[in-house]
Design a protein around this ligand. Structure first.
Ligand code: NAD
Length: 286
């Protein structure tokens, strides 16, 4: 009897024990009738340095892995070990998914595509003329690129670290020369938010270990849509305040699920059931 090849997939990063991504992939694999194994390759637990990511990639390829997800701190380090990088990931300079195909390692960024897919699905028709991004770290960078690809007209990047916000705004402006992108200091939010269509929150504030809201909730108004990328918890203090102010909202679960949806599709070539993965994710988080 002919048995189809099992799928073997892994996640490389530090402190990835609590990640929900392995469970999400494996449950969808089972539901699709696939023999799908997803293993975490935790650098700390294995006593490996982030700089060894190229070596791990070579091993994974030789051991028959179909693909890998890559997370902190290897998303940039992995770049120079790839044979090819798709255009979105290349412009962003960060890869979170590697597919082994015909002896080649190809890099993608499904954080960016995942945010865009979740946004389009959950906030259809959202106005994009003027959007404020709060948080210019790794996740904020992926989200910013997605926002510009979605067609934002004017993006203001705000971070407590003004140099970081300025560097990101300059980088984005270089990549998307037709869009107005600028950096603002945190105290300018009181001027920016009243005239904005939407705000994306991409700092750790609101996570269980960093409770609270990153900015003054009195600045929320009903014409503003509010997207939070924090997903533990899903219903953050910011989203509660936004609903109370009459705003349309998007929680961080959409980005978390769609990065896995997009990675699953790239690795297997099979379209996953996004609604089923979403339901599974929300059960896991609850
Ligand atoms: P990071 O540490 O790289 O960046 C965080 C940025 O926020 C830093 O630049 C910091 O200066 C800034 N910051 C912190 N507090 C601030 C405040 N009060 N006001 C303005 N700026 C502030 O972190 P990251 O990797 O970008 O992740 C940020 C958060 O995004 C995580 O904590 C996580 O909850 C969330 N995240 C969600 C997903 C998802 O799929 N939904 C994916 C990745 C990260």
């Amino acid at each position: 009897m002919n048995h189809p090849q099992p799928y073997l997939v892994g996640l490389i990063g530090n402190g990835i024990g609590p990640s929900l991504t392995p469970a999400l992939h494996m449950a969808e694999g089972r539901a699709q009738g696939l023999d799908y194994v997803y293993r975490t390759l935790d650098l700390g637990a294995l006593g490996l340095a982030p700089e060894q990511v190229g070596e791990i990639l070579r091993w994974a390829r030789s051991l028959g892995y179909n693909g890998l997800n890559i997370t902190h701190p290897c998303k940039q380090l992995v770049l120079r070990h790839l044979d090819d990088i798709d255009e979105v990931a290349a412009t962003l300079g960060a890869v979170n998914t590697v597919v082994f195909e015909g002896g080649r390692a190809i890099g993608y960024n499904t954080d960016t595509t995942g945010f865009a897919h979740g946004f389009t699905e959950a906030l259809p028709g959202a106005a994009l003329d003027s959007v404020v991004l709060i948080g210019a770290g790794g996740a904020g960078t992926a989200v910013a690129d997605a926002l510009l690809r979605l067609g934002v007209g004017h993006l203001s990047v705000v971070d407590l670290d003004v140099d970081r916000a300025t560097a990101l705004a300059q980088e984005l402006g270089g990549r998307h020369p037709l869009t107005r992108v600028d950096a603002s200091s945190f105290d300018k939010l009181s001027v920016l938010l009243p005239g904005a269509d939407g705000v994306v929150h991409a700092t750790p504030t609101g996570m269980a270990e960093h409770p609270g809201i990153a900015f003054d909730a009195a600045l929320l108004h009903p014409k503003l849509w509010v997207a939070d990328i924090v997903y533990r918890p899903l219903d953050t203090a910011l989203l509660r305040a936004a609903r109370a102010a009459g705003c349309r909202t998007l929680d961080g679960g959409h980005m978390a699920v769609y990065q896995a949806v997009d990675a699953f599709a790239l690795i297997t070539g099979i379209a996953p059931d996004a609604a089923r993965m979403t339901a599974h994710f929300r059960n896991l988080v609850a």
